[in-house]
Design a protein around this ligand. Structure first.
Ligand code: SF4
Length: 125
């Protein structure tokens, strides 16, 4: 596969998640998957942007609208985009939705739904 092309998510609206090593990082990841499954946004590979893969940075820059979902206020996803000079139009921080950060990776469907709803609210605003 050509490493310069990302086939993940072909939508003009794209979402990246921090996918961090905590419950909230994984909730961010699950929310991005749900948004992709619902065809709200194409799930885009944040690691490709962080890895400075030229074609992927270009694709991310060409997105009509970029959504960044971060687990906590460290905002690794949004900052990774910003380092590549990509400003997310929608920024969600899971802990700001009243979900406490912990090292527990157990899936939390309710929290994931809350994040997805918040993204949809922001897109509709
Ligand atoms: S934003 Fe928070 S949860 Fe996500 S990768 Fe960074 S430190 Fe981890």
């Amino acid at each position: 596969m050509d490493e310069k092309k990302c086939m993940c998510g072909s939508s003009d609206v794209r979402v990246v998640a921090c996918s961090g090593a905590s419950n909230v990082g994984q909730i961010a990841n699950q929310a991005a998957i749900q948004l992709a499954n619902e065809k709200v946004a194409g799930f885009f590979c944040l690691a490709g942007v962080g890895g400075h893969i030229k074609g992927m940075v270009k694709s991310a820059k060409e997105a009509g609208l970029m959504i960044a979902i971060d687990g906590c206020p460290v905002q690794c996803a949004a900052k990774t985009l910003q380092h590549a000079e990509i400003e997310p139009a929608v920024q969600i921080i899971v802990t700001e939705l009243g979900i406490e950060k912990s090292p527990d990776f157990a899936p939390d469907e309710k929290a994931c739904t809350r994040v997805v709803e918040k993204v949809k609210e922001e897109l509709a605003a």
